[in-house]
Write a protein that binds this ligand. Structure first.
Ligand SMILES: Nc1nc2c(c(=O)[nH]1)N[C@H]1C(S)=C(S)[C@@H](COP(=O)(O)OP(=O)(O)OC[C@H]3O[C@@H](n4cnc5c(N)ncnc54)[C@H](O)[C@@H]3O)O[C@H]1N2
Ligand code: MOO
Ligand SMILES: [Mg+2]
Length: 612
């Protein structure tokens, strides 16, 4: 099934200079994704410059896959509002009635809609619609045309085969009848509420949301706790580091008021010794080791390399050394509290790395636990056997419980509960209704797709969870589900082991980090650009997250896909350094080729497998 591409063009001087201020463009993209399965969106932000707008529109109109362009902004009466003027010369046909439909819908909401001069028309095979710039107006205008779009595209195509296909594409179904399309579905009515599918509509009621939108939703729903940050902010050191004046070098401690030349070695001081308080003459010194306490009456250390041994006593101990450099006060001594003073903040900034947290705590003699989100893991499936059980016909070994627990530990989170449940409505219902008494997050695998034993979504609805999304436009991981009730969060990862692996990294991990107070930018895995080594890869209609291993070739990072990518084949995670992000297939770009650069999420710290 081919996807349909929408173009969303934000036209605003302000948004052009500060893209973060663009709310209407992203809102339109979200509306498109939730209304039309199998849609792609390309987007751009331009200033109110007629030539620039026209050039971008022309480029998009010339693309085969772009079937609808929606502009937002620049339709008003201000001198710089030129969107309609930029659009009109490109149109082959005016669509005045569509313009009227938008105007009538908007006028019902506000009389100020009369101040929008947006036009609608057809350019080549592309429908172009001018919407006003405000987010509210964009939602209203989209509502006015949403149900008309499938039929409009159908008619613009004017080709029976294309019409049928377009219809199927826009509806997100594989059916190819060319009947008048029914309105797109948005209601969250789960067909498996009773365990039996609805006979009339056998499609999922959940729109496929784009990956970035799914993550945005998660991070806007999950509450960010500053408990960890506060704990780090408030933690004061109970000790000085070093607690005594410590020698930085192996050498000789002496008085700087003395001189270079011959000195008697009066004693040897090792790390762990008490501070030596004996009087010291200017022609005397102590032999001393790195990390050992500098004697009270010495004020500098001269490293062994800058000395010469002159004599040993009868026991073989050094007795006379020649100091070859001028001793300077403070030389090679770390003063008390040099690295951290008693009462100082242990963490100058929040750092959530368990390595950092635990080692700094250890350095000041503390062992305190950090408050982290409480997480429970569930694997669902009546076919699952624990790895220690003997093989049984019809059953398979459960890899997800182990995988999810190890991933939590790897990323510094704990698993407080671990459960394996059969596909049984009552068990799932009763377990979920009590599990949240003790955990904040449940990361569950399986039971979220279209089977009559996929009970997760109906149980969540029964338990009054809000289902934020139930499908994501990605491969693997399509049935990925996220729900919440108050500050309790449920991640329904698809059961296929690789789907669970990928969706854990892309959604559950960022959510846990966010809940733990991490900065937004640090919540997802780090992303790098990487060059593809495989000759040709056929792109899927869904954006795909392929497991790949990284080779550094003359310093350039390159990735090779790890064999068969079917979501049941867990072996594809062996040696997987990154998830390479391949875009959904378009007519223009059906394949990925060697040498092309793609983004990739780094799965682990030691992420380069080979150097060439
Ligand atoms: N009619 C449709 N069927 C399916 C669709 C769809 O859109 N329409 N989506 C497919 C996709 S994509 C995925 S992914 C799976 C996910 O399904 P569920 O989340 O409901 O998972 P299950 O059906 O329970 O299991 C799927 C698969 O994975 C195996 N599995 C499950 N748990 C474990 C485990 N803990 N360890 C190892 N393997 C596990 C299970 O035996 C199944 O083979 O749905 C497709 N179906
Ligand atoms: O999306 Mo499913 O996760 O392809 O296997
Ligand atoms: Mg299933």
């Amino acid at each position: 099934m081919r996807s349909i591409t929408f173009g969303v063009l934000t036209i605003s001087d302000t948004c052009y200079h500060e893209p973060a201020k663009d709310r209407s463009g992203p809102r339109l993209m979200a509306l498109i994704a939730e209304s039309f399965d199998n849609s792609q969106v390309i987007a751009a932000v331009l200033p109110d410059e007629r030539d620039l707008i026209q050039r971008e529109l022309r480029k998009w109109i010339d693309r085969d896959d772009v079937r609808v362009i929606i502009t937002t902004g620049g339709t008003g009466f201000a001198p710089r509002d030129v969107t309609p003027e930029a659009t009109k010369p490109l149109l082959d046909k005016d669509c005045n009635q569509l313009t009227l439909a938008i105007a009538l819908t908007s006028l019902k909401k506000t009389k100020f809609a009369a101040l929008s001069r947006g036009v609608c028309g057809i350019a080549g095979n592309t429908l172009v619609l001018n919407f006003p710039g405000s987010e509210k107006a964009v939602v209203e205008c989209f509502e006015a045309v949403r149900e008309l779009l499938p039929h409009a595209l159908h008619l613009i195509g004017n080709n029976v085969a294309l019409v049928a296909r377009t219809h199927a594409e826009v509806q997100g179904t594989a059916q190819s009848e060319a009947a008048v399309p029914s309105p797109v579905k948005r209601d969250h009515v789960c067909p498996h509420k009773t365990g039996a599918g609805d006979d009339v509509d056998r499609n999922s009621p959940f729109p496929m949301v784009p990956v970035h939108q799914a993550l945005d939703t998660i991070l806007s729903v999950v509450q960010r706790s500053n408990a960890s940050k506060q704990q780090m902010d408030q933690l004061r050191s109970p000790v000085n580091i070093p607690p005594f004046r410590a020698s930085i070098k192996d050498g000789y401690a002496m008085k700087s008021t003395g001189f270079s030349g011959t000195k008697r070695v009066v004693d040897c001081i090792a790390a762990g010794d008490k501070v030596n308080e004996h009087p010291l003459q200017e022609d005397e010194c102590f032999k001393i080791n790195t990390g050992a306490p500098v004697p009270t009456h010495a004020d500098c250390v001269v490293q062994v390399e800058d000395t010469r041994l002159l004599q040993r006593d009868k026991y073989g101990e050094e007795s006379l050394v020649d100091i070859l450099v001028e001793p300077k006060a403070g030389l090679d001594i770390r003063p008390i509290g040099h690295d951290m003073r008693k009462g100082d903040k242990v963490f100058p900034a929040a750092d959530y790395s368990p390595v950092v947290y635990k080692s700094l705590l250890a350095s000041v003699g503390l062992q305190q636990q950090r408050r982290k989100p409480k997480v429970g893991i569930i694997s669902t499936g009546s076919e699952l056997l624990a790895p220690h059980q003997p093989a049984v016909p019809g059953k398979i070994y459960d890899s997800n419980t182990t995988m999810l627990e190890e991933l939590l530990l790897y990323f510094g989170f704990d698993c407080t509960q671990k459960l394996v449940l059969g596909d049984d409505l009552a068990t799932i219902r009763s377990t979920l209704s009590t599990l949240f008494d003790t955990v904040d997050f449940v990361i569950c695998s399986g039971g979220v797709s279209m089977g009559d034993k996929d009970y997760i979504k109906p149980v969540l609805e029964e338990l009054k969870f809000e289902l934020h999304f139930g499908r994501v436009n990605m491969k693997p991981g399509k049935p990925m589900t996220f729900a919440s009730r108050g500050n309790k969060y449920f991640f329904g990862l698809p059961g296929n082991p690789v789907s669970a692996f990928v969706t854990f990294h892309l959604f559950a991990l960022p959510a846990l980090r966010w809940a733990d107070g991490w900065e937004r930018v640090k919540c997802p895995l780090p992303i790098i650009n990487i060059s593809l080594l495989n000759d040709v890869i056929d792109l899927d209609s869904r954006p795909e997250y392929m497991r790949a291993s990284v080779t550094s070739i003359n310093g350039k990072l390159c990735a090779r896909i790890n064999g068969n990518q079917i979501s049941s084949r867990l072996q594809s995670i062996v040696g997987a350094d990154v998830l390479i992000h391949l875009p959904g297939r378009t007519a223009e770009k059906p394949q990925a080729h060697a040498g092309e650069t793609y983004s990739a999420s780094v799965l682990r710290y030691d992420f380069i497998s080979q150097y060439e």
